[in-house]
Write a protein that binds this ligand. Structure first.
Ligand code: ARG
Ligand code: ZN
Length: 868
């Protein structure tokens, strides 16, 4: 075979080409039905595919079937051997008629598939991951989301090694073959894009249940795992039932097949995948009991189960026309899973968590070299666009539409969307249009949220004089790569004007639509002369708010605002006001206002523990860094440590008294119990900040007496950053206790990588050589490296050792798994924001990666864009 890359005369390799949204064209050929015959074993899969293709419109273009690393063994058209050519990895077949039957055979080795895309082996199982473009690693196919087909799949495998054979839809027949083999045939009656194809073969056991749908149909539910893991599946099964019920109640959406399967696998590039009727999950989002999983893990499992289940409508029944529309399904589905979790927990606290995540991950993305709109205009590798912007900012867009339309019209809009587009592959525009048509509201300007990248800054100022008040608003959208001079956006701001004393709403809560670059809103007849502005309540828009409210006003909001999110915001702002001047070298730390505000919050009996736990969290170093034009990680760290120390000292008595309260039962997963544990762990952290020796003693006692993983991990999180014998003892105990449980061992790696210590850099280098560390398992890789790279002060070690290590790991990991390797690059891409010496070292690390041999297009895209 000739390789164009070897020949300097040849055109540039087709690998690193940019795909543009504006170039979209409908498919030249439809595929109406796919029949697969799969002969499976660990190191050999033989796939015979029969595609019923049909010409779309009139043209004389050949059929182009995408492949990735495949060689055709046979190609037949309508039963006869056919002429074909390979263009790069793609198979071209000239066809004479309007409709044909195309049959191809390929063979490959699943055990050699380290990319974990397509069909691969994981812990004795064979499983698939096809989104976005993995199906072409299994068979030749157009493999684009606007080509929808029904599927029938026959799987053959050794009956002992692979007693369970699963694919999408319903099992229609099965039987015994020769030589100890057996087979099963599955049919999926719903036309679907190839990215939703799935099959699994393995020695699996099911925790089974049933759900009766709103129309009275009985659905069989199975959570498939290795037999020994069965006791860990109850929470996931319950979450699935809760999700099915919730989607009926809140969106009127009923499940459509008679069977819903979830399979847990240990090696998985992402969280989970919504394949029709056969979801495949990273085992970390399935397996849990209170000994091995924290309350957060439990909540994350429920959230991901809900997310994948909700995709059955928002993603599967109505799918994406092309990958630029990814947020159509992901933004909407994240919004849906967020609301599900809000309904099953404390609503305000879930909102706070989601906003914290948005600020920690999406805001930096939006202000860096990889910034892109929620609906991107171009990509080199689509896998790089499964981002916080597409997912989480995308969810914020849906939430804003709900705010603008109101709940009732929003539901009308979603009903119309599902009704209009069921069975279709559509665009973000189609979604907005349905919302518009159902509500009669004009969303023309709102659409800019899909096309303009960058986080808007909104400045808000209130002038109160006499009996009225004027709210002045200004907005500013920053330039981002490839986008300058942006238009003002439509920004829904939930606001109220409050009495300083009582918090009473002098101007009732309303949503102000900011649409101009500058705008004023007038309020008449206000009973008090000096009201306080409460704005962007519930984080109604994903913006950066700048206000000139003084510390007293913020302290008052923190105490009296009726909107819990706004109270949290006021506390965050007070923290930042204590931190930023110290970091800039303008003053020494004055923690008095934070101390007073935390004190008042902790004493407020109307507030629940989960809220208090969030409220007394000092903003992370990453979040503080976002507020600085140039980041000096040493200064950020020192200031944050100082604030923690002052707060811990200043509130010792109260912290210890509250920390000493009786704890809920170890396996109590009620909202109240989870809140109590979350608060208790935060209190412990602050106590340790004030008095490390005492913190270490208390944490060790909590560790030794831990009755569940939330207590154990909470204690260890505090201990790992402290000195003293307790630390080593607890880490060793944790390792010995859990060394055979992969998901828990991930925590052991992660906790150490997050430790705020000056020897963490050494520790991480050592852990990268630890016999239990491997780049082959994405969970293990992320446990060490993602945690390490987000540990600001450690990763940005002045020596550049952190950057070196990460660069080395990216180059190594890229040889195995480009998708996962590419996800490690963004922390280095932030170089423009750091002080000169570090910026240089970060760039050098990126350049080293760029020069590595045989770089994947995944890493190439991230690195080249990061260097800019
Ligand atoms: N659709 C999956 C989910 O969000 C994620 C798939 C990720 N795949 C990828 N190639 N990035 O539920
Ligand atoms: Zn999703």
């Amino acid at each position: 075979m000739t390789d164009s890359r070897m020949n300097p005369e040849a055109p540039p390799t087709p690998d690193h080409v940019t795909i543009y949204a504006k170039d979209y064209e409908p498919p030249k050929w439809w595929v109406r039905h796919v029949d697969l015959d799969c002969d499976l074993s660990a190191d050999k899969a033989r796939i015979r595919a029969t595609l019923n293709v049909e010409k779309n419109g009139s043209h004389d273009r050949p059929l182009v079937l995408a492949g990735d690393g495949l060689k055709p063994l046979t190609v037949q058209v309508d039963g006869a051997d056919a002429q074909w050519t390979l263009e790069g990895d793609n198979l071209l077949i000239e066809l004479s008629g309007e409709a044909h039957e195309i049959a191809t055979t390929v063979e490959f080795d699943p055990s050699a598939n380290s990319q974990l895309m397509g069909l691969y082996a994981s812990g004795g199982l064979l499983c698939t991951q096809c989104e976005s473009e993995g199906f072409r690693r299994i068979t030749f196919h157009p493999d684009r989301p606007d080509v929808l087909s029904t599927y029938s799949v026959t799987m053959h495998a050794d009956a002992k090694a692979y007693p369970i054979l699963l694919a999408n839809g319903n099992k229609v027949s099965e039987g015994i073959g020769e030589d100890g083999r057996h087979w099963a045939r599955w049919e999926d009656p719903f036309p679907k894009p190839s990215y939703l194809f799935a099959m699994v073969a393995g020695d699996l056991s099911a925790n089974s249940g049933a759900f009766t749908t709103m129309s009275g149909r009985e659905v069989e539910l199975n959570i498939w795992v290795r037999e020994k893991d069965l006791p860990l599946t109850h929470h996931a099964l319950q979450a699935l039932k809760d999700s099915m019920k919730w989607d009926e109640e809140v969106y009127g959406r009923e499940y459509d097949l008679d069977l819903f399967n979830i399979v847990a696998v240990d090696d998985f590039n992402f969280g989970a995948m919504e394949n029709k009727g056969l979801n495949i999950f990273n085992s970390r989002y399935v397996l849990a009991d209170s000994e091995t999983a924290t309350d957060q893990d439990f909540d994350a499992i429920a959230g991901v189960v809900a997310h994948e289940y909700f995709h059955n409508w928002s993603g599967n029944r109505v799918t994406c026309r092309d990958w630029f529309q990814l947020s159509l399904k992901e933004g909407f589905t994240v919004f849906r899973d967020q609301c599900f979790s809000q309904d099953h927990n404390s609503e305000a606290v879930k909102r706070i968590e989601d906003v914290r995540l948005l600020r920690a991950i999406q805001f930096p993305e939006d202000s860096g070299p990889l910034a892109h709109p929620v609906r991107p205009d171009s990509y080199i590798e689509i896998s790089n666009f499964y981002t916080a912007t597409v997912y989480n900012k995308g969810a914020e867009l849906i939430r804003m539409m709900r705010t603008i339309l109101g709940e009732k019209d929003f539901r009308k809009g979603s009903d119309l969307y599902f009704e209009r587009h069921d069975g279709q592959a559509v665009t973000c525009e189609d979604f907005v249009k349905a919302m518009e048509d159902a509500s009669g509201k004009d969303l023309a300007q709102f659409r800019l949220w899909y096309s303009q990248a960058g986080t808007p800054t909104v400045r808000a100022h209130v002038d109160a004089s006499g009996s009225g008040a004027v709210l002045k608003l200004q907005q500013d959208i920053p330039d981002t790569p490839g986008q300058k001079d942006k238009q003002p956006m439509a920004i829904p701001l939930k606001m109220a004007l409050l009495s300083r004393q009582s918090g009473a709403e002098l101007v009732e809560e309303r949503t102000v639509m900011l649409g101009e670059a500058e705008q004023t809103v007038t309020f008449e007849d206000i009973a008090e002369a000096d009201p306080i502005l409460s704005i962007n309540r519930d984080f109604s828009a994903p913006i950066i708010l700048e206000s000139d409210r003084d510390d007293e006003e913020l302290a008052a909001l923190a105490r009296v605002d009726g909107n819990a999110f706004a109270r949290y915001e006021a506390l965050q702002e007070l923290n930042l006001r204590a931190l930023l001047p110290v970091i800039r070298g303008e003053t020494v730390m004055d923690a008095s206002k934070v101390i007073a505000a935390f004190d008042a919050t902790l004493s407020d009996e109307r507030l629940d523990d989960a809220f208090k736990a969030e409220a007394i969290m000092i903003p992370s170093e990453a979040m503080i860094g976002e507020k600085l034009a140039t980041i000096d990680p040493d200064k950020v760290h020192a200031a944050r440590q100082a604030l923690g120390h002052e707060v811990g000292k200043g509130l010792t008595e109260k912290l210890e008294q509250m920390y000493g309260r009786e704890r809920p039962a170890g396996d109590d997963l009620s909202v109240a119990a989870k809140g109590q544990r979350a608060l208790s762990n935060q209190l412990l952290g602050l106590i340790a900040s004030g008095d490390p020796a005492k913190g270490a003693r208390l944490a060790k006692a909590q560790y030794d007496g831990a009755r569940n993983m939330t207590e154990r991990q909470g204690a260890l999180t505090v201990l790992v950053s402290l000195d003293g014998a307790e630390r080593g003892a607890a880490l060793e105990d944790f390792y010995n206790r859990f060394k055979d449980q992969g998901l828990v061992l991930d925590k052991w790696f992660g906790l150490q990588a997050r430790a705020e210590r000056d020897d963490t850099m050494d520790a991480v280098e050592k852990l990268a050589e630890h016999p239990d560390f491997t780049l082959k398992n994405p969970n293990r890789l992320r446990a060490l490296l993602v945690n390490f790279a987000s540990n600001q002060w450690v990763f940005h070690h002045a020596s550049g050792r952190g950057y070196d290590l990460l660069a080395r790991m990216v180059i190594e990991a890229d040889k195995l798994n480009p998708q996962v390797a590419a996800r490690l690059v963004p922390p280095l891409g932030r170089w423009r924001r750091y002080t000169d010496a570090r910026a240089k070292l970060m760039r050098a690390a990126l350049q080293r990666i760029e020069q590595a041999d045989g770089l994947s297009k995944d890493v190439f895209e991230q690195v080249s864009k990061s260097l800019g």
